[in-house]
Write a protein that binds this ligand. Structure first.
Ligand code: COS
Length: 386
């Protein structure tokens, strides 16, 4: 699946313009109100951003992974909360249905996901199951043709906005094989939301607990219709999501670098622009070189992802996606740190964007698998090889 080159170039140019002309000027409103303005969300829908990764047959734009990463890079060049509004529809909230859903599930859900009418959210994490996702406890017990779900999901991105969840619960015994993925409409009786989390950064993104008490979900809502496949669905979705996040990290690194170069040209000390000093140039050079390395990894891995037969899992691509996630999210952390350093005292003042970005990017090393989880995935794969 991919969009033809000409249409893709037009889309990419439109996204670049949208980021520059609509999103960047709204960054302060986002920060002050802790929300994305409704008119911007409507513009995102009109541009098709909610359906970037959904095939055209379901009303989406149908980008390849490589194309999606290029768009994600552009969207990374502004406050990350903007992308988060539709990020779960493009990625972790919808991809499980697209990859493993039945034809009825795809037809019934994906067109509304692509249009933005339905916001999807991905509910895997629990209070006692974060990195160890296979230890999740939420119970799903079969009564006739309905599963009754009980338990709590934690830190669920877009839960306050969601119309439905892709949710993992335990239908069988312990471990990964006992987990199933469900499509759970958010308005079912017994679902309540915790208070919206107050976070270090990324103001405008919405996360909270999702509490399920005796929630009755039709057995037909198991993704793919077969119990026990949910953990694999979650892992496939996360593998893809990790590549998308790597691209976002590169976009944000590009933005911080541009802000830092501009400041280094304008700020004068010791009688000249600080950018004329080699110690400042060294920090800029390290940022540029690391960004180039990270972006090269993303592009390479995305092409490999696209080259696999549709639906197939390739351990080499899984490993490379983790390499990209680890490197790019750590890289943008270092770039943000240098960005603050180049700005000096001004970098610590929230009037300058670099202070905000420094806090925003910290999350990238945590969600969709911490750096340490990526190391485990990479290390295990290396040890498995002959
Ligand atoms: N694609 C397809 N299948 C996959 C897969 C992938 N990317 N990753 C794992 N699987 C399969 C495995 O092949 C295995 O299948 P078999 O039982 O048939 O062999 C099964 O899933 C279980 O995998 P594994 O044995 O690796 O499970 P572990 O419990 O050891 O967990 C980690 C593996 C730690 C990698 C996993 O729990 C993880 O990614 N944790 C982080 C969770 C996370 O990212 N949370 C963020 C929440 S969303 S913001």
């Amino acid at each position: 699946m991919s969009l033809d080159i000409e249409s893709f170039e037009l889309l990419l140019a439109a996204v670049q313009r949208f980021v520059k002309e609509r999103l960047v000027p709204a960054e302060n409103i986002l920060e002050e109100t802790d929300d994305v303005p409704a008119d911007i969300v409507e513009d995102m829908k009109a541009m098709g951003l909610f359906g970037l990764s959904i095939p055209e047959e379901y009303g989406g734009i149908g980008l390849s992974m490589s194309q999606e990463c290029q768009v994600a890079f552009e969207l990374g060049r502004t406050s990350l909360a903007f992308r988060s509004v539709f990020g779960t529809n493009v990625g972790i909230g919808s991809q499980g249905i697209l990859m493993d859903g039945t034809p009825e599930q795809k037809q019934g859900i994906l067109p509304r996901v692509a249009s933005g009418e339905l916001i999807m959210s991905f509910a895997l994490t629990e209070p006692d199951a974060g990195s160890d996702a296979a230890a999740l406890k939420m119970r799903a017990e079969l009564h006739g043709d309905v599963y009754v779900l009980n338990g709590t999901k934690r830190f669920i991105t877009n839960a306050p906005r969601a119309g439905a969840f892709t949710l993992m619960a335990r239908t069988g015994g312990p471990g990964a094989g006992g987990i199933s993925s469900f499509i759970v409409p958010s308005n079912l009786p017994g679902i309540t939301l915790g208070k919206t989390d107050r976070k270090m950064g990324q103001r405008g993104t919405k996360t909270c607990d999702v509490i399920l008490e005796n929630v009755r979900v039709p057995a037909a809502n198991i993704i793919g219709g077969v119990p026990g496949q949910g953990f694999k669905t979650a892992m496939k979705v996360l593998e893809r999501g990790r590549l998308h996040i790597s691209a976002v990290a590169c976009g944000m690194a590009q933005r911080i670098l541009e802000e830092s170069v501009a400041y280094a040209k304008e700020r004068r000390q010791f009688g000249k622009a600080i950018g004329e000093f080699q110690l400042i140039q060294a920090m800029l050079a390290d940022c540029q070189a690391e960004l180039y390395a990270g972006w090269s990894m993303v592009q390479d891995c995305a092409l490999r992802y696209d080259a696999k037969p549709a639906g197939a899992s390739d351990p080499d691509v899984i490993m490379r996606a983790s390499c990209a996630k680890m490197f790019c999210t750590e890289m943008v952390g270092r770039v943000a740190d240098r960005g603050v350093q180049i700005h000096g005292g001004a970098g610590y003042i929230n009037e300058y964007k670099v202070e905000r970005f420094y806090r925003d990017v910290r999350l990238l090393r945590l969600y969709e698998g911490t750096t340490q989880i990526q190391q485990i995935i990479i290390g295990r794969e290396l040890m498995r090889r002959d």
